[in-house]
Write a protein that binds this ligand. Structure first.
Ligand code: PNS
Length: 161
């Protein structure tokens, strides 16, 4: 079974890493896929975001992850790589409606592709990329919110914004 874990990952947080690690225990291989042409504006480049995922997974010793990016529709990319499932994380109830809408559309476009959800660990329930960007931009500590391997790079980049 092959999973695809798509997202903006702007930047990749400890919460994302937790979901990816758990998915990597379930699937033979998981593609962590950064969306290229994001409709919302992003802070980090696609290359930077991919590098954060590479460094975080290397540090965590997760082997069966492929880091990639994709343009356009997720289902087209998922079919191209032969994914059997889409992987998403769920935090507070506020995620639910957004995920439900995406799930409904993806199921309509690709009925053969199921989405599986991992519940965020309580310690990550309120962690988001946007909170990391905001705290980091004002010089607050983001230690523990992103992988140790990326902490310095992300903190410095956010301060320089
Ligand atoms: O981390 P995010 O921003 O919540 O991830 C959203 C993402 C990348 C999974 C979603 O925007 C996506 O799949 N975009 C690709 C375009 C697409 O397939 N849209 C139809 C599904 S709603």
């Amino acid at each position: 079974m092959i999973g695809v874990y798509p997202g903006s990952f702007d930047p990749f947080t400890s919460g994302h890493l937790d979901i990816l690690k758990r998915a990597a225990r379930t699937f033979d291989c998981v593609y962590a896929a950064v969306l290229e042409n994001n409709s919302k504006s992003v802070f980090f480049s696609v290359e930077e975001r991919k590098e954060f995922i590479r460094r975080a997974t290397a540090e965590a010793g997760v082997k069966n992850v492929v880091v990639d990016s994709f343009p356009g529709l997720l289902v087209d990319y998922a079919r191209m790589i032969g994914a059997t499932h889409i992987v998403r994380g769920l935090r507070a109830v506020t995620d639910f409606e957004y995920e439900l809408k995406m799930d409904a559309m993806n199921s309509r476009l690709a009925p053969e592709l199921d989405t599986v959800y991992y519940m965020a660990e309580p310690e990550h329930a309120f962690l988001s990329s946007s909170i990391v960007r905001e705290v980091g931009a004002f010089g607050g500590s983001i230690e523990g919110l992103v992988a140790e391997a990326n902490h310095k790079t992300i903190a410095e980049r956010l301060l320089k914004r």
